[in-house]
Design a protein around this ligand. Structure first.
Ligand SMILES: Nc1ncnc2c1ncn2[C@@H]1O[C@H](COP(=O)(O)OP(=O)(O)OP(=O)(O)O)[C@@H](O)[C@H]1O
Ligand SMILES: [Mg+2]
Length: 378
């Protein structure tokens, strides 16, 4: 139950191809998050799984069965949208019960299901209220309740929390993660929010212009982005990119030269004949430190944000004034327009070839410090 397979899925609107061939297998019980820039096709893909958009070509299977031509109600899925269209004149109870009334479910079973959903979502006290008497978070829970009562094997969420304020989002994020473990259902979740993606997902699917750029666990994407696009997309503030030239290359390491003459050796497998090639060095803002490191960089801060627990310097690097962001722990001694000398460990750096493809890094994900994940997501 709740297994989903997509094979060569395409979608065109007129002459515009928006989904350009998606192959993806999702196992029962997985929590999979779709991320990507606006317009990359996240909602379209979700709606094709739901049966709300026709599949131009390719195949979507749920539990091994082709569902391309099945109407939404026959697919065993429930969908929750950003704008939770509740019926204003109906009580919370009736809003949640609505899909079951449509199915003409017997009263006793309907009542049992609504009460089970309201208990899970802590709406018991609110069943007699109308949506207008509820807070945003409560309304969103009613919308989720309406999805739960159908007891689907797959839940589809399209930015369900983006209308809520930050505190409510954080609460609902935890609620949804709990719900996922309680219901033992497959969940596919679209979001723009990095914290949601990093904290809720078993796997993240990064979409770029209708294609999958990379699929992996949150930590895989953070530490081993496959290309420049994913490297720049996952992580906040985003990874810094500097142009470098390959100085020497071997199977056990590549040495690169920066514009200011600084050299850095990275433990990545080089390819023959790379000497002299232009490459891109990737440095996450949170990996810079005020002391030591294998490479020293001098930045010129333009704006400094002091958040107490950390200091963020929006700076420029080199004569081309390449934008460069550094996140330093605590109240780092940095000042606007005063050169800031920072260090970075070679093992924290990423390297990309001329085509933007990453050189694979030798990082064991199990050895990583979990606080790095939290930093990345915040
Ligand atoms: N009914 C439609 N007719 C024509 N083009 C459409 C239609 N629906 C979506 N598109 C186009 O398909 C592309 C993908 O849209 P989609 O809504 O899937 O993006 P998205 O990744 O969900 O973006 P966002 O993050 O802004 O919600 C966009 O370029 C959009 O303009
Ligand atoms: Mg969308």
């Amino acid at each position: 139950m709740g297994q989903l397979n997509m094979r060569a899925v395409h979608k065109t609107y007129g002459t515009m191809e928006v989904i350009k061939g998606i192959d993806l297998d999702i196992a029962h019980g997985e929590f999979v998050v779709f991320v990507g820039p606006s317009g990359c096709g996240k909602s379209t893909l979700l709606r094709m799984i739901a049966g709300l958009e026709e599949i131009t070509s390719g195949e979507v299977q749920i539990d091994g069965k082709r569902v391309n031509d099945l109407p939404p109600v026959k697919r065993g899925i429930s969908m929750v949208f950003q704008s939770y269209a509740l019926y204003p004149h109906m009580s919370v109870y009736e809003n949640i019960a609505f899909p079951l009334r449509v199915e003409k479910m017997k009263k006793a079973e309907l009542d049992a299901r609504v009460r089970r959903a309201s208990a899970i979502l802590k709406l018991d006290e609110r069943l007699g209220h109308k949506p207008g008497q509820l807070s945003g978070g409560q309304r969103q829970r009613v919308a989720i309740g309406r999805a739960i009562v159908r007891e689907p094997s797959v839940f589809l969420f399209d930015e369900p929390l983006s209308n809520l304020d930050a505190a409510l989002r954080a609460d609902m994020r935890v609620e949804l993660s709990k719900l996922h473990s309680e219901l033992d259902a497959t969940m596919i979740y679209v979001t723009h929010d990095q914290v949601e993606a990093m904290t809720m997902a078993d796997r993240i699917v990064v979409l770029d212009g209708g294609l999958i750029s990379q699929v992996g666990s949150p930590l895989e994407l953070y530490h081993k982005p496959a290309n420049l696009f994913v490297a720049g997309f996952i992580g906040n503030p985003k990874m810094n990119f500097l142009p470098v030239v390959c100085e020497s290359s071997g199977l056990d390491g590549v040495t690169v030269r920066l514009e200011d003459g600084g050299k850095l050796r990275l433990s990545v497998a080089g390819r023959p004949g790379m000497e002299g090639q232009k490459l891109t060095l990737g440095i996450r803002p949170e990996h810079l430190t005020t002391g030591g490191g294998d490479l020293q960089l001098t930045l010129l801060p333009r704006v400094i944000e002091r958040l107490g627990m950390q200091t963020v310097a929006y700076a420029s690097y080199g004569k081309d004034e390449t934008p460069f962001t550094a996140v330093l722990a605590g109240s780092a001694p940095a000042a606007v327009n005063q050169p800031l000398h920072l260090g970075i460990a070679g093992s924290d750096c990423h390297l990309f070839d001329r085509d933007g493809v990453a050189f694979e890094r030798d990082v064991a994900l199990t050895d990583l410090d979990p606080t790095q994940l939290l930093q990345a997501a915040s």
